[in-house]
Design a protein around this ligand. Structure first.
Ligand code: ADP
Length: 397
């Protein structure tokens, strides 16, 4: 069985074709600059790479190009689209309308339209991606897999905001959490690696990338997570502020003459590591600048690690202990100094790391960097959100 996973962005479309028997990636690629001049497809399969610079005014042309690449005589991996058994679509926001993945049909697409304002940058792109795939493969079964689903096990005391309760009822204003496919994947992988059942473990999963979120996973179920109604909440990120006093944001907006919507854009795009450092949102640039003595770059890194540390401690408190901490995503998998800064001074949890192991290069395999006598396992686990989307799609069938 072969599943095509589609991750549509506003001007991009990432894809993977996965063989579900072996869970191997048969082909993958990216369409960039959809709707903008200079659009380009990069397709990788069988160790070869195809780059096609061709106009993609909409996602329809992008999907056509992807299907052409997949069935290409030289770079292709299938003879015809009939070999694709299903398509799994990544969707960012679900609201309370979808508490688990759902099959694409008229009804679910209508609900998708109704909730698209919840993630105005992402959900409309997912709808366009689904429609483009349906246009090319009208009869193909398709799944909608949400970034939020894994977090629906949170207890109400964790997901409610202390606002007028009727606004929760009227508008479903609450914490949803994001990166759910990643938190699910790495928490399950951690249990497998440790030879335990998920039910036996209290895990804190740290998905640290350009966007970052931290989750508390107790007995295989998410019980809290750092992102909120939108991905803006939690630890400071590449360009997002993370948690902030609303009154401080309102004050900046007044002084700078920003509307509420502009203030939201400011908090999402101009703050975080970029805002504090004035250098970059990218952790590689921040580390380079900090090592050259840039104090604001160092401050941004310190603030990030401190915030992550507080979430880890908070979630250990919420779960009455922690057996394992997992680091994943771009920064979590590749930045020893950030892991070290988060894990330092955690003797109160009996947690230490082995600094030599922490410094070893990323091989793409799971790594155990726990100190010799550490009571808490510290693991680095490469995430695989596409595989979760493919698995969930198969489950829907
Ligand atoms: P996104 O949230 O966009 O998926 P990623 O998980 O790719 O982000 O993380 C991007 C961040 O990870 C950047 O700040 C970058 O510096 C860091 N990063 C990614 N890959 C590497 C790498 N190979 N070495 C060092 N840092 C990396």
């Amino acid at each position: 069985m072969k599943v095509l996973v589609i991750n549509s962005g506003s001007s991009s479309l990432k894809y993977q074709l996965i063989d579900m028997e072996t869970e191997a990636v048969i082909a993958k690629g990216l369409c960039e600059r959809i709707g903008i001049e200079g659009s380009k497809l990069t397709h990788k399969a069988n160790g070869k790479e195809l780059v096609k610079e061709e106009a993609m005014p909409t996602h329809n042309e992008a999907v056509s190009l992807v299907l052409a690449a997949l069935t290409d005589g030289e770079y292709g991996v299938i003879k015809s689209m009939d070999e694709i058994d299903a398509v799994g679509h990544r969707v960012v926001a679900s609201g309370e309308a979808f508490k688990k993945p759902a099959l694409v049909c008229e009804k679910t697409m209508q609900i998708m339209e109704e909730i698209k304002d919840l993630a105005p940058l992402h959900n409309p792109a997912a709808i366009i991606g689904v429609k483009a795939c349906l246009a090319a493969m009208p009869k193909k079964p398709m799944g909608l897999v949400f970034d939020t689903s894994f977090h629906f096990t949170m207890p109400k005391k964790a997901y409610m905001y202390a606002i007028d309760y009727t606004h929760y009822e009227k508008y479903q204003i609450r914490r949803y959490g994001y990166h759910g496919t990643s938190h699910k994947f790495v928490s399950e992988e951690a249990a497998k690696y440790l030879g335990k059942k998920p039910a036996e473990l209290k895990i804190v999963t740290c998905h640290l990338g350009n966007g970052s979120s931290i989750s508390a996973v107790d007995g295989g179920k998410c019980v809290d997570t750092s992102m909120g109604f939108t991905p803006l909440a939690g630890v400071p990120m590449g360009t997002r502020s993370g948690d902030i006093d609303f009154a401080a944001a309102e004050y900046v907006a007044k002084k700078e003459g920003l509307s509420i919507s502009e203030a939201n854009t400011y908090l999402n795009k101009k703050c975080g590591m970029l805002g504090v450092s004035g250098v970059s949102s990218d952790f590689r640039d921040l580390r380079a600048a900090a090592s050259e003595g840039n104090e604001r770059a160092q401050l941004a890194l310190d603030m990030f690690a401190y915030s992550c540390k507080k979430y880890v401690g908070g979630y250990a408190a919420a779960m009455n202990g922690v057996d394992c901490i997992v680091f994943t995503a771009g920064v979590g998998e590749n930045t020893p100094s950030v892991r070290a800064a988060i894990c330092e001074n955690m003797q109160y949890l009996g947690l230490t790391i082995d600094e030599e192991k922490n410094q070893e290069p990323n091989t793409g395999a799971i790594r155990d960097i726990s100190g010799k006598d550490s009571k808490v396992k510290v693991l680095i686990i490469p995430t695989n959100e596409e595989l979760v989307i493919a698995r969930e799609t198969v489950e829907l069938l």
